[in-house]
Design a binder for this molecule. Structure first.
Ligand SMILES: Nc1ncnc2c1ncn2[C@@H]1O[C@H](COP(=O)(O)O)[C@@H](OP(=O)(O)O)[C@H]1O
Ligand SMILES: [Mg+2]
Length: 309
């Protein structure tokens, strides 16, 4: 039995990487978006790789920025190549794998004033039977002063990391509210459905889906998969639909939190999201309150072209 709470560790590391990223925004500024994006990606990646190596030696890591294909990327003033992920063969036989996206919503991070970007830290763990599942996850929303995380009871909670921010649960003034509250996905209002979609790459079928459903649909463009799934869990939208491309790191941590908060999270054909596979592509996802899932899955199947790759 480990004496470390993996849920608390995920939240601590996501929050710390988030604070680091707020500092990168201040330090680098918005003059050159490419420099700001690369510096944020790589500084957060290096922080998480070093923290995981120190706190969880022996665990495998799969990070967006640890692929060999990003070896040419450099943070401003840093000549090292990014620290590499655990080799694939080793990761596939590992008992514990951290799946991290050091900066999700990189584009939004580079746009002054935008708050829809996130840090994702998830733990995938193999049980005694050899089957793996998401065991813990945390999504930091540094510019919103919030972290959404799983907890040891199988649930999820919302942590206010910036006491100056109004609490989105109670909408009360910051400091008088509890710092951490349980997180449960709220049910949608009858007859209405707000669906979060990518700002830049919404699935091509989603407009047809909106027209087909028997409810009043509003499409809400938001950056970052973590920020969109958080928006579902905070009741700012009612669903997130994506297809056409994404990777395990884009959804592992937010899916872990969503499941802990009682949400439905699956592929768009209703099959389970599976992690720590040889090929990290995981191109589509649906997250919503369980009451909306049958309608959305049927609707997506109906407008098809939306089958998983
Ligand atoms: N068609 C696609 N192919 C590959 N990745 C995609 C994708 N659509 C979205 N993503 C990734 O999913 C995350 C959320 O995207 P979006 O904000 O458009 O919804 C982004 O992660 P990163 O910001 O970490 O690169 C983005 O790169
Ligand atoms: Mg991402």
């Amino acid at each position: 039995m480990r004496d470390v709470d993996d849920h608390a560790l995920a939240a601590e590391l996501a929050g710390a990487a988030g604070r680091l990223l707020l500092g990168v925004r201040d330090e680098v500024g918005y003059g050159d978006a490419r420099v700001l994006k690369d510096t944020g990606d790589l500084r957060a990646h290096e922080y998480l790789m070093a923290a995981l190596a120190e706190r969880c030696p022996g665990d495998a890591v799969l990070s967006e920025e640890g692929r060999s294909s990003v070896a040419g990327k450099r943070a401003e003033g840093d000549e090292r190549a990014p620290t590499r992920n655990t080799a694939t063969a080793e990761r596939l036989t590992a008992g514990r794998v951290w799946i991290v996206d050091p900066l999700d919503g990189t584009r939004e991070f580079s746009e002054e004033g935008r708050r829809d970007w996130a840090v994702h830290v998830a733990l995938w763990e193999r049980d005694a039977s050899g089957r793996g599942r998401l065991a813990a996850g945390a999504v930091a929303l540094p510019a919103q002063g919030l972290t959404l995380r799983t907890d040891a009871t199988g649930g999820a909670s919302l942590v206010r990391t910036d006491p100056g921010e109004p609490d989105p649960v109670t909408a009360g003034p910051g400091s008088a509210q509890p710092r951490e509250v349980p997180l449960h996905v709220p049910a949608p209002d009858a007859g209405k459905l707000r669906i979060a979609v990518s700002r830049t790459r919404p699935p091509e079928f989603v407009r047809r889906l909106a027209a087909e459903l028997d409810v009043d649909v509003e499409l809400v463009p938001i950056g970052s998969a973590g920020a969109k799934i958080s928006a579902v869990l905070l009741g700012e939208v009612d669903a997130y639909v994506h297809a056409g491309g994404q990777y395990e790191w884009d959804s592992a941590a937010p899916a872990a939190v969503a499941l802990g908060a009682g949400a439905h999270a699956s592929r768009v054909d209703g099959s389970p999201l599976e992690y720590n596979r040889e090929d990290p592509r995981l191109p589509d996802i649906l997250v919503c309150h369980p009451v909306s899932a049958p309608m959305l899955l049927t609707g997506i199947a109906g407008v098809s072209g939306a089958q998983p790759d």
